[in-house]
Design a protein around this ligand. Structure first.
Ligand code: COA
Length: 155
């Protein structure tokens, strides 16, 4: 694949099953939280996808918490397309949309701090984001043994 032979765009409803396939692969490996097909469909307007030759090969989503705070989540690139700059472009697209909305701070929970450091995020204590813990973490099977690292970036 030549560099930049891919594009990033807003997801459409027809992308839901491809998004589900990408995230399910990593959920099976315990790297990401599984998102049900229903949950992806419900939130499809908050997803972006990376496309190559008409195939969806990566995705990410945004979630708003306050007028100033948002999360980037469900970031994943199919294994064979990793390390080609696609993850970075997906994050940049999500950040551009958040900036337009007036968001000034974005956070992630991740098991891949190396990637997020490369795209400008810094580690922070999870307790800095009580909104996240209140909304999602209480339903997570890993609640009491959370191994994800919280990272933040000012936009
Ligand atoms: C995290 C993920 C989306 C990164 O996507 P990607 O397309 O491979 O990343 P990029 O090619 O854009 O990499 C951007 C930079 O991060 C570095 N990087 C990416 N993954 C890395 C890794 N695992 N280890 C070390 N460096 C890494 C790249 O070398 C690149 O560095 P550069 O600034 O020198 O160019 C992808 O590895 C993935 O799908 N992982 C599984 C799911 C996951 O962990 N998602 C995050 C949970 S929120």
């Amino acid at each position: 694949m030549q560099e930049r032979e891919f594009s990033v765009r807003n997801a459409r409803l027809a992308d839901a099953s491809a998004i589900s396939a990408i995230t399910a692969e990593y959920a099976r490996q315990g790297i990401m939280l599984e998102r049900s097909s229903e949950n992806i469909v419900e939130n499809i307007r908050n997803f972006f996808v990376a496309e190559h030759s008409g195939e969806v090969i990566g995705c990410c989503a945004i979630a708003f918490y306050t007028g100033k705070l948002a999360e980037i989540r469900s970031l994943a690139v199919f294994n064979r397309f990793k390390m080609k700059g696609i993850g970075r472009i997906l994050v940049e697209k999500a950040e551009a949309v958040l900036r337009e909305e007036g968001v000034t701070e974005v956070f992630v929970l991740t098991l891949n701090p190396v990637f997020f450091r490369r795209v400008g995020y810094s580690e922070i204590r999870k307790e800095y984001f009580p909104q996240k813990i209140w909304r999602d973490c209480t339903h997570c099977p890993k609640l009491m043994a959370c191994d994800e690292i919280a990272m933040v970036k000012k936009l």
